[in-house]
Design a binder for this molecule. Structure first.
Ligand code: BGC
Length: 253
């Protein structure tokens, strides 16, 4: 079944058609910058634009960069605070006329990795970390998703959340080299390792393309792998999750 997957981030909103049975991306991705207001009305207009671009008719899977509980945003992440309490599923369905399945972006990207990427078949506790405007985390135990882990929210030094110090946005804002940023990222991973002790961590998001420029900085004991699907996991994951939800009535791996 071909489904539209949409990855919503703090800086860009991207969509592509995906074969949700094989996890293959069938089209180029179409990207629209996230409206600077980061408000529900403005962002739902972009969602409509993405759906229209593909002349798509069918259910849509969408990764969203906040906590998502039963389709409702319960914490704003790096978006506008007016998102809190909004039923994202309903809002986007109303804007487009299509049924939506919305889940946290890192959960969605991890979902792709655990089904079709490097995480496939990996048992135990696997943490998928996405590095972008924020630091997202998707947790899987024996392949099953434990939704809404928010490890980027850990306070660190003067920062109310460590993602403000160790995300790609922090790297850009402070003009850090990959080496300097990699040292910070490793600190983040070491705190995560200490707190939740995963068996494996997988790192995705745009920055994973530059893996060889910061890999030498990753020195924690836990095994850390680069997400092979890279940036596409954010689009493939929600489409696959949407299909699974249709088949099983809930997300299932
Ligand atoms: C949000 C998470 C999200 C992450 C990556 C954080 O600011 O709290 O829900 O997964 O950014 O987008």
């Amino acid at each position: 079944m071909n489904l539209l997957g949409i990855d919503i981030g703090g800086s860009g909103m991207k969509g592509a058609l995906v074969n949700a049975e094989t996890g293959e991306m069938l089209t180029e991705r179409f990207r629209v910058p996230t409206p600077s207001s980061k408000k529900p009305e403005d962002m739902s207009k972009v969602i409509k634009k993405i759906v229209d671009h593909f002349e798509y008719d069918g259910p849509v899977g969408c990764g969203f960069p906040t906590i998502v509980k039963n389709g409702v945003c319960t914490s704003p992440g790096n978006l506008h605070k007016s998102w809190v309490g909004v039923n994202i599923d309903e809002l986007f369905t109303k804007a487009t006329g299509h049924e939506f399945t919305v889940l946290n972006d890192a959960d969605a990207a991890g979902y792709a990795s655990m089904n079709y990427g490097i995480g496939k078949g990996k048992e135990g506790f696997v943490l998928f970390i996405t590095v972008g405007t924020g630091l997202g985390s998707g947790a899987f135990y024996n392949g099953k998703l434990l939704p809404n882990f928010e490890l980027g929210q850990i306070p660190y030094k003067k920062y109310s959340k460590i993602e403000d110090w160790a995300s790609s946005r922090a790297k850009e804002n402070e003009d850090l080299s990959y080496d300097k940023w990699g040292k910070r990222f490793n600190k983040f991973l070491s705190i995560v390792e200490l707190l939740v002790n995963p068996d494996l961590m997988i790192v995705g998001g745009g920055i994973s393309k530059k893996w060889n420029q910061f890999e030498h900085r990753i020195t924690i004991d836990t095994k850390v792998l680069k997400a092979e699907l890279m940036n596409h996991a954010g689009i493939i994951g929600p489409a696959v999750a949407c299909l699974h939800e249709k088949h099983h009535g809930h997300l299932q791996l």
